[in-house]
Ligand binder design. Sequence first.
Ligand SMILES: N[C@@H](CCC(=O)N[C@@H](CS)C(=O)NCC(=O)O)C(=O)O
Length: 61
Amino acid sequence: MFPTTPLQLYRMPISGHCHRVELMLSLLGLPYVLIDVNLLRGEHQRAEFLALNPLGQVPCW
Ligand SMILES: N[C@@H](CCC(=O)N[C@@H](CS)C(=O)NCC(=O)O)C(=O)O
């Protein structure tokens, strides 16, 4: 079954870990939207993001 709701990928543009996930989604043709998380500003340590990933790391979806 093909998903119609886009996956929300939280990423940092310069992250190789994030590039790999983006590449796989792209190759599979899956719908996704990118949500930038600025690690340099500590956005990954905010409560909203830690609720998504308690490890405080990107990529996360
Ligand atoms: N095992 C994780 C590692 C992800 C990872 O190391 N992400 C880095 C960015 S490339 C990160 O979020 N670092 C922030 C931190 O650890 O505080 C994965 O492969 O997804």
